[in-house]
Design a protein around this ligand. Structure first.
Ligand SMILES: [Zn+2]
Length: 495
């Protein structure tokens, strides 16, 4: 598989450190608010990557952190703790906020068919690991204490900017965010490993450390959690492109300073989801969540389908119009799959393998999901049995997870139920109109007389009084009424 590596700025053949096994780390959410659908695009594409690696036969272990402490409102250690901000906003404790939004995050993931990583680790659960890391960094002279906090000294590195060449002015995040720059830093790019001199008197979560009671910086948690579960060699680290700097840059700095050799080989970054007004964020414009999509009547699968139609390394523009177009395309696709008959024909394994080639080729090429979606249509167009098509689509959906078969089965059931209901209604209407006709006829005195005569004739026959039965028939005949005996009973015809 060819994968674009942000660290080398090129597509590379993916070769894991241990053959057949993949260690994969994903930066998780900061659980102070709902995730917006732009963040969820990143998790969705990472989900496709993980599932495709499994599809390709790798034994994948994926770890994700949950940031429940230390992530300040600017990524460069400025501003206030996001968790504290969330707790104050909702008048709850930080841990209540963390629990609520962690659950909300995974509920959204489930709606979008995003698999939960093998290991999910809240940042507050690995304090000892961070302390050990920071102690080692101080011993190796990569970290220093200033103003009560512990900082990483970026001047000690040969190369700090891994992903891009940043200008020093880009580091004036504090100024941009309206908060004061940290005067304790020796270099502008230095970052906090441990906050001891808390910036906030009401910081709820604090732990004892060799440097006093405090809490970890945001960046150290991902290095600590990743190395705890995945060791010193990481195959793939992924996240949103806005994590590349400073977060991932700092992760690399501290991890490699700690272990003394290269740490992660492949860096995969998912581009932004933009609105027509620019980059999507929680603070700007309409706060787009999965719940909002549902409130507006969109199946979350339509959003997943929409995202898969473009490449993860391209910015994607979200608009309601784009969602409508995706919904039309998705519903048409599901209707075509629903029209396939699983009982038609046998699965042709050779034909199935040929159809899978296009899909594999697409995803082997730096996870080209839009071509993988095209492969779905190729299957539908192929001259193979319905059973073969359904088997191949089921196979594709283990990676794409857009509900191809279950949404189609649901549609098939819905259409069958609607057809049965329509037939029952038609039958009921026919019966009602026949009954009405009978009632109307019975109300006619002449018809009532005929019906009474038919009953009398039936009674006479039962008593074997055939003479009387014949007399009744003849009398009716004389009045222009012919009786017709059928196995279901006697009917009449007025001549
Ligand atoms: Zn991270």
């Amino acid at each position: 598989m060819q994968l674009y590596n942000s660290a080398t700025h090129q597509k590379e053949e993916f070769i894991p450190h241990v053959p057949g096994k993949v260690s994969m780390y994903t930066c998780g959410p900061t659980v102070y608010h709902f995730a917006h659908i732009g963040n969820l695009r990143t998790y969705m594409m990472e989900d496709v990557l993980e599932k495709y690696l499994r599809y390709a036969g790798y034994d994948v272990t994926r770890v994700m952190n949950i940031t429940d402490v230390g992530h300040l409102s600017s990524d460069a250690d400025e501003g206030e703790d996001k968790m504290l901000k969330g707790a104050r906003r909702e008048k709850k404790t930080v841990m209540e906020i963390a629990k609520f939004y962690t659950d909300a995050f995974f509920a959204d993931c489930e709606k979008l068919n995003i698999k939960t990583p093998d290991i999910v680790q809240p940042a507050t659960g690995c304090i000892d690991e961070y302390i050990h890391l920071i102690e080692t960094l101080i011993e190796k002279d990569y970290a220093y204490e200033a103003g009560g906090n512990i900082y990483f000294d970026t001047a000690k590195l040969e190369k700090y900017y891994i992903f891009n060449d940043f200008k020093e002015e880009d580091l004036d995040v504090g100024v941009r965010e309206g908060v004061e720059a940290d005067g304790n830093k020796r270099n502008k790019a230095d970052f906090v490993l441990w906050f001891t001199k808390s910036k906030f008197d009401d910081q709820e979560l604090k732990w004892p450390s060799p440097w006093g009671v405090g809490y970890p910086g945001w960046h150290i948690e991902c290095s600590g959690i990743s190395m705890k579960y995945l060791g010193e060699y990481l195959d793939i680290h992924c996240g949103g492109i806005d994590n590349a700097f400073p977060h991932h840059t700092n992760e690399i700095a501290q991890s490699e300073a700690y272990i003394g050799h290269p740490w992660c080989k492949y860096w995969v970054h998912v581009l932004h989801l933009n609105t027509t007004g620019g980059k999507m964020s929680k603070s700007k414009g309409e706060f787009l969540t999965v719940s909002l999509l549902e409130e507006k009547g969109y199946d979350p699968m339509v959003y997943r389908f929409f995202c898969l139609q473009s490449h993860y390394r391209k910015s994607l523009v979200f608009s309601w119009e784009n969602m409508d177009n995706a919904a039309v395309a998705y519903n048409k696709l599901i209707a075509r799959i629903a029209a396939l008959d699983p009982t038609k024909g046998e699965v042709d394994e050779a034909a199935a393998a040929t159809l899978k080639d296009g899909f594999v080729k697409a995803l082997d090429n730096d996870l080209n999901t839009s071509l993988a979606v095209t492969a779905i249509y190729d299957v539908l167009k192929a001259k193979v049995s319905d059973a073969t098509k359904l088997a191949v689509l089921a196979d594709f959906d283990t990676v794409l997870s857009v509900g191809l078969l279950d949404r189609a089965a649901a549609l098939r059931d819905k259409l069958a139920a609607e057809k049965a209901a329509a037939e029952a209604a038609k039958k009921a209407a026919e019966e009602a109109s026949a009954e009405a006709a009978r009632a109307a006829a019975a109300a006619d005195p002449f018809v009532a007389e005929i019906l009474a005569a038919i009953d009398a004739r039936k009674a006479a026959k039962k008593e074997k009084n055939f003479a009387e039965a014949d007399r009744i028939r003849d009398e009716l005949a004389a009045r222009g009424v012919t009786l017709i005996d059928t196995p279901q009973g006697t009917t009449y015809k007025i001549n």
